[in-house]
Every structure is written in C-alpha cells, then in structure tokens.
Write a protein that binds this ligand. Structure first.
Ligand SMILES: [Zn+2]
Length: 312
C-alpha cells in the first residue's frame, strides 16, 4: 500500500476537538476560527486516510447495485450504487484525504447536546452557523464545497483565503521543483526508460522500453512536444518537457509513469517515488504551487505545468 498518510508532524490533534487531525495549516486556521468565534464547534470527522475512505465507500456503495437514493458513482471504471447511509466521496477525491476538510455536528448527528459552550448547526440558515462562517472566512474556512454537494456539515479550508498565511502559522512552505535531468538522443538509463513508458502511454512511441534514446524515441518526444504549444519541438527532454510529461497526475495509482514523473518533479525521492499519488505527493505539489505563486489546490494540471515552464 503506497498511498502516503499524513505524518504526525504534518497534522496535529485539534485542541478544540481532540483526536481529529488535519493538515497543520488547516488545523491552526480552524483553531483560530474557533477561538475568534468564542464557542466550540464540534467536529465529527476531519482527515481520513485513503484506507478509511475506501472502507466508508464500500460500506455504503455496492458495485453494480441499484440505489434506492438514485446515487451512482464511478470508481476505477465500475459503477457503484449507494445502498445505505449518507453519500460518500469516491476514494481519493475527497478533501478529507488531503486533511483540509471537516464535518461538524448537526442537529441530526448531535448525540450530546449537553456539552458546554459548543454549537451544533441545525440548518443552512442557522444563525450560529452564519456567524461562525463569517469569522472562519478570514481564516480560510468556507462552505463552498459543502453547498455544492449539499452537505450542511462539510467545511473546507482554502489557504489562499487565510489572512494569517505566511505569518508563521504554517502553510507558507514553498518548494522549488526538482530537475530530473536532461536527456537526448544517445542518452541511456532509467530516465530514458521512464520517458519511453510515458510516451507509450500517450501513444507517441510504439518501440521497446530499452532505456536507449534512439531516433524513434526522439520522434516520440517531438510528437509529444508538438501537442504542447509551450514547448520547443527539438526532441530533447529538458526540465520544461519533463514538467509537461508529469501533467495530469491524478490521485491513486492509474497513470503510473506520469505519476512517477510528477513525484520526481515535486522532489520526492527513493521509495516515495512509487507512481501512486497520495497525500504526501499532493502536499508536495501544493508546496511547489506556492513557490510558483498559483492556487495551491494540489492538482498537477495544465496551470501547474505552464507555470513551471514560465518560471523556468
Ligand atoms: Zn465531509
């Protein structure tokens, strides 16, 4: 199992809700919001490991089942129907996995209303909820995603809205991308193998993966470069071409070679380069995005690849 979990140094228990863990910057921002609000807001869920997401999803959704709720989701190409419980995100797609989402108690889930100085949200119009969200907004917390998925209890941390960011409260880590090393015709070795696998994945190369950069490989590189308007079509794989080769890496294990390039670009090394995008890789992507000065959503897509090339 190669999906990395947030380490204890990356997340800490919330003072207001012991036992729940978020990414460090999100946890600090949550505590600030609660402090400003002056009352506790009870949490029922925060960071969830990939394994927990899988377990939760499998409890509520069955492959091929008819859903009495009309709730169907695709996971690894299979259609799942919800057979019981509340809706759950497809594993790997939830912000709970990134440690930047919390679920708070609502009237329905409140088992212990007697807890002192704690609020429980009862509806979207709940005055406590509105007051809390007003205070929390300056700390980066919002219900945009919760509204989109119609989950009253779900709140998300948006670091770029956090006014305290970069003032020593966490979240300010920036990290330069890592250079994989330039290869060209005549080069040999693992970098060439990685390139050949990746080019095969996009249909730009049909030769063997022999770790030898010959004319066919160079043709494949040019084919790839032609499709990315930002790139010079020269058949040489330098940092800029590597940046685009890593683009599109998605959570999970599909697209192994692209994922591996993405992991190397963000500076993971050794066993951590496993071709599976988990919490640790997402965190590194976010660090690189902060370095680039673009929204740190943890997704290595077009915007990130382009910003990397622009920054050189
Ligand atoms: Zn949630």
């Amino acid at each position: 199992m190669a999906v990395a979990q947030i380490k204890s140094s990356h997340g800490r228990a919330l003072t207001s809700n012991p036992g729940f863990v978020l990414r460090t910057d999100a946890a600090a921002a949550w505590d600030r919001a609660v402090e400003k609000f002056g009352k506790n807001v009870l949490i029922t869920g925060a960071w969830r490991s990939y394994e927990t997401q899988v377990k939760l999803f499998k409890e509520r959704y069955r492959a091929g089942a008819r859903s009495p709720y009309g709730d169907y989701r695709y996971w690894n190409g299979t259609r799942y129907g919800r057979v019981k419980g509340a809706a759950a995100a497809v594993p790997g797609t939830s912000n709970h996995g990134g440690g930047v989402a919390v679920d708070v108690k609502t009237a329905r889930s409140a088992g212990d209303p007697g807890r002192a100085r704690a609020v429980v949200f009862t509806s979207w119009e709940d005055r406590d909820r509105q007051r809390f969200l007003k205070v929390a907004a300056g700390c980066g917390w919002g219900d945009d995603e919760g509204r989109r998925v119609k989950e009253l209890w779900h709140l998300t941390y948006y670091p770029d809205r956090d006014k305290a960011r970069g003032s020593g409260t966490g979240g300010g880590t920036r990290r330069k991308p890592h250079r994989i090393g330039t290869i060209r015709q005549g080069s040999t070795g693992w970098r060439v193998g990685l390139l050949q696998h990746r080019l095969r994945g996009v249909g730009a190369y049909r030769g063997k993966v022999d770790k030898k950069f010959g004319p066919k490989t160079a043709d494949g590189v040019r084919t790839f470069q032609r499709k990315r308007r930002q790139l010079t079509v020269d058949g040489v794989v330098g940092p800029q071409t590597w940046y685009h080769l890593g683009r599109g890496a998605k959570r999970g294990r599909s697209g192994r070679w692209r994922n591996e390039i993405a992991q190397r670009v963000v500076g993971l090394q050794g066993e951590k380069v496993d071709g599976v995008i988990g919490a640790q890789t997402v965190e590194r992507i976010r660090e690189v995005q902060r370095w680039l000065g673009i929204p740190d959503d943890g997704v290595y897509g077009k915007a990130t690849a382009r910003a990397l090339v622009r920054k050189g």
